[in-house]
Unconditional design. Sequence first.
Length: 313
Amino acid sequence: MKLKFNVLGLVVIVMSLLVAGQAKADTVTTDATTNQPLSGYVFTADRDWRWYENGQLYTGFRNYFGANYYFINGVRQTNTWATEWGKTYYLGADGRSVEGHLVTINGITYDFGNDQTFYLRGKVSGYLKDGSAANGGYRWYDNGQLYTGFKFYMGTYYWFVDGVRQNAGWRSAWGMTYYTDANGRAVQGMQTIAGKQYYFGDNNTYYLRDNPVNTRQNKIKATANGYIYDGSALNGGYRWYDNGQLYTGFKHYMGTYYWFVDGVRQNAGWRHAWGYTYYTDNQGRAVQGWQTINGIRYYFGDNGTFFMRYYLK
């Protein structure tokens, strides 16, 4: 009987504690003046603000002075994410739900719409106007971050650095070398850059070739050297390139020496090089031996050196 009494006593004590705990959980805070349950954003006796609903601390969203705030146990949340109604939201430093198509949070840019619904659409991507200083305020975003690299846009490829479209310059990507023009577009075909000729292919791959490729039945090299067909107006479209640059001076070609100016073979005329004087004939070839030029006899040697030794009036 004594054991039974003790067990019953224990049960009574436990039940009392549970009832007391439930009563505490169900405590309703009332207005001291009206004795009605508190509701709304209330400045408490603890000198702090809390949101109440029917006398109880509230958890969830509430609209207050035209903005949406999120509360946990009555406390307004700031700088944090919140999930409600199957959607995701973000509360800024002032506690209000953020909105807008370009909202940057911890270095990532998101889209929260602009229709007063405030929920997260996702991370932004594409060429978007964000008010930046360059290129009319547009920058390229990829999965919420400013992008560096090539992107295909409006029918061609552009190069971006931290989202900003770059204009003329060399680019490296995927182990290849490219060039973008003054409008930022990747070039292809034969291009003259800083006086040098380069070939970037013609099949929409855009990368710089460093091996010979066939163009109009002629071999052109990216770092062009030699007498190459480039479609220029003189001498059947041929010009002399040296390490990709149009050449000025003598070059040995087909068994003799020719004089070039900006790659163009010159014909009859006097030439000066290496401290000597030379003459090229109507075919552009350096002459040697005895030559009559404008009625005067000149001697240019006969040992393959071509420079003028003396003349006879």
